[in-house]
Design a protein around this ligand. Structure first.
Ligand SMILES: C[S@@+](CC[C@H](N)C(=O)[O-])C[C@H]1O[C@@H](n2cnc3c(N)ncnc32)[C@H](O)[C@@H]1O
Length: 299
């Protein structure tokens, strides 16, 4: 992977098609103010991309130019595999590199599944030190069916670790505020201002019909990344996401005046990111680099 060191000037963002560990190893110590990673959750499933295709059809119900009719269909395209031989062994070197590239004021956010989060926390305690644990953020959403056999699983876990407990960034005044649960118990001014969020974040998943939806599997809401970037990085900082998918982290970073480096080994992800972030530069790895959908990770 011919990844070059991160530039300070020029384009606000850089998209790199490559394997996370290989690219992370090329980055200088302490170059990043924030690292966010949302690796595959080790669910054992193949993550397909959902795309809506529109085709000309005599029986179609959508009407277009010159009386032509069209039909639309939701199609699945291969995305990426979500299966690991040893998830923690795979994560370890990438998290060691994440810590190495964090500046003294830097913070790591690791977005994982409740089935793996406790193993990830033990691993991060080992790599960062228990003192550097800042939060376990619960992102709670409410979408889809309910199981009749157990509580419906409707949250993700985001583990937050800082590089240095004395120097880390936390911009309380930049964080979006949320409504009080009982606004009638507050003064009108306080109720209108809202309160700081806690470590439980209620936010819907990216709605199917929303403008921000790219169709990329497991795309995260920009509101979640905006909150993370606003709270835990400084203007001009480099924000690194080494499992970038549709580029949500880059979208939030660009909006908030941060530089970004987005890494993904999937060409499909890179194509989605390029369309979403046209101002970013893009670099491609070797063609044989990409893992086939359904393939297995192995160190
Ligand atoms: C859960 S998705 C990330 C979604 C992203 N947060 C978003 O909002 O769109 C995980 C991504 O990690 C990528 N990935 C998996 N293994 C990787 C590796 N070893 N190096 C780089 N990217 C990897 C997959 O291609 C996939 O796009």
């Amino acid at each position: 992977m011919p990844a070059r060191p991160v530039r300070n000037g020029g384009a606000p963002g850089r998209i790199v098609h490559g394997e996370a560990l290989e690219v992370l190893r090329t980055l200088p110590d302490g170059c990043a103010g924030l690292v966010y990673a949302d690796p595959p959750f080790n669910t054992g499933a193949a993550r397909d991309r959902i795309a809506t295709r529109v085709r000309a059809s005599a029986n179609g119900t959508r009407r277009g130019f010159a009386g032509r009719t069209y039909e639309s269909a939701v199609e699945r395209e291969p995305g990426y595999a979500d299966r690991f031989d040893d998830y923690i062994a795979w994560l370890r070197p990438r998290l060691v590199e994440s810590r190495r590239i964090l500046a003294a004021h830097g913070t790591l956010y690791l977005h994982v599944d409740p089935r793996e989060s406790h193993y990830c926390k033990v691993l991060l305690d080992e790599i960062f030190g228990r003192d550097c644990f800042l939060n376990e953020v619960i992102w709670a959403y409410d979408f889809g069916g309910r199981s009749a056999r157990r509580w419906a699983a409707k949250h993700d876990v985001i583990l937050v670790y800082v590089r240095d407990t004395r120097e880390y960034t936390f911009n309380t005044d930049q964080i979006d505020r949320v409504p009080y649960m009982a606004p009638q118990l507050q003064t009108p001014e306080r109720a209108a201002r809202g309160k700081l969020p806690t470590d439980v974040w209620w936010n819907t998943i990216v709605p199917t019909a929303s403008r921000e939806r790219t169709g990329y599997p497991t795309q995260k809401p920009t509101a979640i990344l905006r909150r993370i970037v606003a709270a835990s990085s400084r203007p001009g900082d480099l924000v690194v996401d080494w499992c970038a998918g549709s580029g949500t982290t880059g979208a939030a970073a660009a909006e908030l005046g941060r530089r970004y480096l987005l890494i993904d080994e999937s060409r499909d992800a890179v194509a989605v990111m390029r369309a979403r972030l046209p101002a970013a530069t893009a670099e491609f790895g070797e063609p044989g680099h990409e893992r086939a959908a359904g393939g297995q990770h192995a160190e």
